[in-house]
Design a protein around this ligand. Structure first.
Ligand code: ZN
Length: 324
């Protein structure tokens, strides 16, 4: 009897402690584990949005990446390991976006039943041969040193609606595999999402193919899939990671190219400083405009109800303005 009540007291204290710890840690991932629901952990925004759309009320989706943070240099915290250990499904992009995933999966509780799915599998990956001397931050290389002839997989698959369609299908199938009793619901909601993605894909094809210009200059090299699928050529100031510093001779070369080709806008993105885009635009005597790689929402975008579709629509409108 004494033992039992003591045990209960300890449990209560522990529970309280966990709550206090959770409260003290401040804003992080979007939500917590809900018992009795299919808990789905996603690594960053587009996967979170697609999983939420397809999962509907049958799942509880938790996004690891906080609002206003870009994914390249982010790494998970201990609370993320605790949540993921208790979840049924862990959805990550793969293709080198989240270099921390292998170690993260190893650190989960040994009795965790979570299924991990690489959402970008099946996409025809683009390899990128970035030049030596750039620091790739969180891309997974020890020490940030990259040799001249190392090929990197470009992780930015979701930026093209065509690969986003493949990703949505992978998400649907993994939901159906961990929760077969709601198979039809997942199918139905996936079909709706796929229809919207197909409409977006058609719009990009229709609008971009009729424009006279097809060369874009962007700050962060995040648009290779979009470029490949819709006939654009991407020139990037920085590498695959968003924070790599370009060399001054690269900037001068780009400024030359901008002048020679009559390019009128340099694209930048909101989650990263626009300093380099502004510098290049100043050098070349042109303006800047936003092209969003949809790696996350800013706080303003979240409040505004923006999502993958509204941001991609804005991208399309800006591309039309810049390339006509
Ligand atoms: Zn990126």
């Amino acid at each position: 009897m004494l033992f039992k009540s003591l045990h209960r007291g300890v449990l209560l204290t522990l529970t309280l402690l966990v709550f206090l710890l959770l409260a003290a840690c401040g804003p992080k991932s979007s939500g917590s584990i809900v018992k009795g629901k299919v808990n789905v952990i996603t690594t960053f925004y587009p996967i979170y949005e697609f999983a939420s759309e397809i999962g509907g009320d049958d799942i509880n989706a938790i996004n690891l990446l906080p609002v206003g943070v870009e994914p390249h240099d982010w790494t998970p915290r201990s609370q993320d390991i605790i949540n993921t250990s208790k979840a049924q499904l862990f959805l990550y992009n793969g293709a080198g976006l989240e270099g921390w995933v292998p170690n993260f999966l190893k650190s989960l509780d040994s009795d965790s039943k979570v299924q991990a799915t690489q959402v970008s599998k099946g996409v025809d990956y683009i390899m990128s041969d970035e030049e030596d001397g750039h620091d790739h931050g969180g891309e997974g290389e020890a020490g940030g040193e990259v040799s001249t002839d190392t090929l990197h997989t470009d992780p930015h698959t979701w930026v093209s609606p065509k690969s986003a369609l493949i990703m949505a299908k992978n998400i649907k199938e993994s939901l159906q595999s961990v929760d077969p009793s709601h198979k039809d619901g997942y199918e139905e909601r996936y079909n709706k999402l796929a229809e919207r993605l197909e409409t977006l894909d058609r719009k990009f094809t229709l609008e971009l193919t009729k424009l006279p210009n097809h060369e874009i200059v962007v700050s962060h090299q995040a648009f290779a899939y979009l470029a490949r699928d819709y006939g654009l050529t991407q020139h990037a100031i920085m590498g695959l990671s968003a924070d790599a510093e370009p060399r001054s001779q690269d900037l001068l070369k780009l400024a030359d190219l901008v002048k020679k080709k009559g390019i009128r806008y340099i694209f930048f993105e909101e989650l990263v400083s626009d300093k380099l885009a502004k510098t290049l635009a100043g050098e070349a005597g042109v303006s800047t405009m936003v092209l969003n790689p949809v790696e996350g929402l800013t706080e303003a975008q979240e409040k505004n109800g923006d999502n993958y579709f509204t941001l991609m629509e804005k991208n399309l409108q800006n591309l039309i303005l810049a390339l006509q």
